[in-house]
Design a protein around this ligand. Structure first.
Ligand code: CMC
Length: 429
């Protein structure tokens, strides 16, 4: 017997099918709810709404599990690389040697932006936030790919997705150089993805950056850990935009904007700013924790809490473990790490945080590693965007490959005025 749920409304019963995912998650299929009952559902913030079926990423927030295409994040973080994971997310399987070579070749082929793009960068004011530049430039770089304006072509997808993954990194580095008034550094074909990014960020025309293998590995891992996270705010945005059949570059540029906010990807910047403020105030973290419990939202403990994880975010655990190791390997120490650890220790013993199941999330420690790599704080969310690009692309592809191809169009419960009539300007009170 296939499962169904019964809804009784106005003395009429309606059977609603229950769907079961491959990991046993269950959801009531309400596709026919409105046509059969006249009702819609209301779910503020979508906390109980499955907006799609997806085969990309699995999260069990209660048990702190995250898997990309079935592979545990811990295994991928230990054994894989960002580029291999990018392929896995987009294509569904780990690449063969030939596939990985081909993909790397495409990343190299596309790493340089069209030369005219340099003039776009000049249009931004000094100190423009690099997330604004990133979003605009992704959209602008799409204009140089003529076939993107036509219908989605699966045969071209591998090239388009490689182009986007490669160029987001070049755009990000150029945005940083522009914001600091520094000359642009072009990528080098002999460097791998993450090393090339650090080169474009920090080399000078007269002296190449002395690349530190530990730094490259740490940043590659940060990209990998951010590569996908199922239907979060930015990924849902990408899917929403893609559902209108907007192109890959336009859809992911929208994802960058959604990611920018401090409750989402912008939290990594907010965490560092919070830690700096705590240090400047001479607080060891305990006064801030008290303020964070006030409930007025003005002092949230940034980097804590998650809509889905009601347990330790597995990415935070990996980053926390690596944080000290990375600082030691690149011969740095950071007083902000001590404050972060003290905040965590205090919060995890405090009833306020325990009762609400608020644990450190991915952003809590990632900023400390990025700071150690000299990445400026305003670039932190850009790092998240570079990392998340493969996940957005994989989700874009799923939307495009869905044979039903429905545009995403939620409904609402209207709470405004009922019908009323226009009053001419002179008669209004
Ligand atoms: N500090 C203090 N209180 C908090 C926090 C926090 N960081 N997060 C949630 N709460 C409280 C909140 O005030 C509420 O309390 P009450 O029940 O008394 O009203 C309760 O916990 C539930 O909070 P919520 O805002 O309803 O939870 P949510 O699922 O809507 O929000 C969140 C999730 C991530 C937006 C939120 O926890 C938050 O603002 N955290 C800080 C920002 C942050 O670190 N964001 C990064 C998320 S992970 C990276 C990513 O995927 O983007």
């Amino acid at each position: 017997m296939s499962d169904s749920a019964t809804l009784r409304f106005n003395n009429k019963e309606t059977q609603l099918p229950v769907l079961t995912g491959s990991e046993g998650e269950r959801g009531i299929n309400i596709e026919k709810l409105r046509s059969q009952t006249g009702l819609i559902t209301y779910d503020d913030g979508f906390g109980n709404t499955g907006s799609c079926a997806s085969a990309i990423t699995f999260i069990d927030g209660e048990r702190g599990i995250l898997r990309y295409r079935g592979y545990p994040i811990e295994e991928l973080a230990e054994k894989s690389s960002f580029i291999e994971v990018a392929w896995l997310l987009i294509h569904g399987e780990l690449p063969t040697e030939a596939q990985l070579r081909g993909f790397s070749g495409l990343l190299t082929e596309f790493q340089v932006l069209h030369e005219d793009m340099k003039y776009h960068f000049e249009g931004f004011p000094p100190n423009a936030h690099p997330m604004a530049i990133l979003s605009s430039m992704i959209n602008a770089s799409g204009c140089y790919v003529r076939e993107l304006t036509g219908p989605y072509d699966p045969r071209k997808f591998e090239r388009h997705s490689a182009r986007l993954i490669s160029q987001v990194r070049t755009i990000a580095a150029f945005a940083y150089r522009k914001s600091r008034g520094l000359p642009i550094i072009y990528p080098k074909p002999e460097y791998k993805y993450t090393a090339n990014f650090l080169h474009m960020m920090f080399s000078m025309p007269y002296a190449d950056l002395d690349l530190d293998a530990a730094a490259v590995e740490a940043l590659d891992q940060i990209f990998l850990l951010h590569a996908d996270h199922e239907q979060n705010c930015s990924t849902s945005t990408v899917r929403m935009v893609a559902s209108s059949r907007a192109n890959l570059f336009a859809s992911t540029a929208a994802g960058v904007c959604a990611l920018w906010g401090p409750l989402h990807g912008g939290a990594n910047q907010a965490v560092l700013e919070m830690l700096e403020k705590i240090r400047a105030a001479g607080d060891d973290g305990s006064r801030f924790i008290e303020a964070a419990k006030s409930g007025d939202g003005s002092h949230r403990l940034m980097g804590f809490g998650h809509r889905v994880y009601k347990n330790y975010d597995p990415r935070a655990r990996i980053i926390r473990e690596r944080c000290e190791a990375v600082l030691a390997r690149i011969h740095r120490s950071d007083p902000l790490l001590d404050i972060a650890k003290k905040l965590e220790e205090t919060a995890l013993k405090d009833d306020y945080f325990l009762q609400r199941k608020l644990y450190p999330n991915v952003d809590f420690y990632s900023g400390i590693i990025m700071r150690a790599l000299n990445i400026p704080v305003e670039m932190f969310t850009v790092m998240f965007a570079i990392g998340r690009m493969p996940g957005w692309i994989a989700n874009f592809r799923e939307v495009m490959d869905d044979p039903k191809g429905k545009i995403y169009r939620p409904r609402q419960i209207y709470t405004g005025s009922t019908e009323r009539h226009y009053i001419p300007l002179g008669e209004r009170k």
